[in-house]
Design a protein around this ligand. Structure first.
Ligand SMILES: [Zn+2]
Ligand SMILES: [Zn+2]
Length: 303
C-alpha cells in the first residue's frame, strides 16, 4: 500500500526563488490528503503532475497566510472544473467565515459540498477515521492557534500463505476468513490454525506533520515513535532568539525533537527566505539526527 508524501512548498512566510510556502500532498492507498495550502499550491500540483481532483481531504494547520492563501483558488478551480464529490476541510473555525465571505462577494455557489470540520486548538483529538488512515491533531505552540496532524495507517489484513492453503485444497471463498485472523474447520473436520497459514501484515506507519511551532516538549507525547516526522526548521540555531520571538524552531531543535520522540526519519522545511541555500540547515540537523532530509519541492518521501 502506498503511504508517501510529496512536498509542494518548503518556504516560510514568503515565496522565494525556487521555494513556495508550505503545502504537502499525502498519498495513502491512492487517496489524497492535502496538508496546508499556501499560495501557489495549485501551480505546484500541476508542475509535479498531481491531480487536484483526486484530493478529498484538506487540512489547514493555522491561519497564517503561508499555510492557506492558496485555498480559495484551489477550491474555486475544483468548482470550475465541475467537481461534484464532497470535499472535507479540517482547520480553525474562522476558515469557514473567511471562505464564505470570498464566495459571497464573487457570487460563487460551489457545485460540490464543502464539509467543514473545526479543529480544537486546545486539545489533541482524532479528527478522521476511514478505511485507510486515522488522523489526529497535534497541539503546537505558535503565535496564533496551530495544530499539526498525525496520520496513522490502518492495520492491514493478514497475508495468506497460498501454497500451504492449496496443499489443503482450501476453497478460495474461505480466504477472507483467514485474512481476518480466524481459524478454519474444513468439511473433513480438520482445523487449520490461522497462524500456520497466514502471516501478520506490516506494522502500520505514522506520519507526523509539525507545522509552525516553538520548541516545546508539550507535544512530544503526541508524536512519539512516529516513522516520519516533518518538523519546521525556520532558522539556523544562531538565530535562536529570533526563533523564540516568532514562535518558530531552529534546525538543531527540530533534530532534537526527532531524537527525543524516537522518530525514524526527519524531514525539515519552512525555511526562512534569508537562506539562499539549505545545506547549512541540513548539516546542523544531521549533527544531532542523522536521518534528516530537506523537505524540498517535488521530493516524494516513503513513510
Ligand atoms: Zn508559517
Ligand atoms: Zn505561522
Amino acid at each position: 500500500m502506498k503511504f508517501e508524501v510529496t512536498i509542494l512548498g518548503s518556504s516560510s512566510a514568503t515565496p522565494v526563488h525556487n521555494r513556495n510556502p508550505t503545502a504537502q500532498l499525502l498519498n495513502c492507498n491512492e487517496k489524497f490528503y492535502l496538508i496546508d495550502c499556501a499560495e501557489g499550491t495549485q501551480q505546484q500540483l500541476i508542475k509535479f503532475g498531481l491531480k487536484a481532483a483526486k484530493i478529498d481531504y484538506i487540512f489547514i494547520s493555522h491561519l497564517h497566510g503561508d499555510h492557506y492563501f492558496g485555498l480559495i483558488g484551489l477550491l474555486s478551480t475544483m468548482h470550475l472544473n465541475g467537481r461534484i464529490k464532497p470535499l472535507h476541510l479540517f482547520g480553525p473555525a474562522a476558515i469557514q467565515e473567511i471562505l464564505e465571505l470570498q464566495f459571497k462577494h464573487s457570487d460563487t455557489t460551489l457545485k460540490y459540498e464543502l464539509i467543514y470540520h473545526v479543529t480544537n486548538p486546545a486539545e489533541a483529538e482524532v479528527i478522521l477515521v476511514n478505511q485507510d488512515v486515522t488522523v489526529e491533531t497535534i497541539i503546537l505552540n505558535h503565535r496564533i492557534p496551530c495544530t499539526g496532524f498525525k496520520f496513522t495507517e490502518k492495520k492491514r489484513l493478514r497475508k495468506l500463505i497460498v501454497s500451504k492453503l492449496e496443499e489443503q485444497n482450501v476453497a478460495i471463498e474461505l480466504y477472507p476468513l483467514l485474512k481476518r485472523g480466524l481459524d478454519l474447520t474444513l468439511p473433513n473436520g480438520t482445523v487449520l490454525k490461522n497462524e500456520a497459514y497466514t502471516t501478520d501484515s506490516a506494522t502500520p506507519k505514522t506520519y507526523a506533520y509539525c507545522s509552525d511551532t516553538l520548541f516545546d516538549e508539550s507535544y512530544f507525547a503526541s508524536i512519539s515513535n512516529c516513522d516520519t516526522l516533518y518538523h519546521e526548521a525556520t532558522f539556523l540555531h544562531d538565530m535562536l532568539d529570533r526563533a523564540n520571538e516568532t514562535h518558530h524552531t531552529t534546525a538543531l531543535q527540530a533534530a532534537q525533537v526527532a531524537q527525543a520522540v524516537g522518530a525514524k526519519n526527519l524531514l525539515i522545511g519552512h525555511f526562512s527566505s534569508r537562506y539562499k541555500t539549505l545545506n547549512e540547515l541540513l548539516e546542523e540537523a544531521q549533527s544531532v539526527f542523522e536521518n534528516t532530509s530537506l523537505a524540498v519541492e517535488g521530493t516524494t518521501f516513503q513513510i
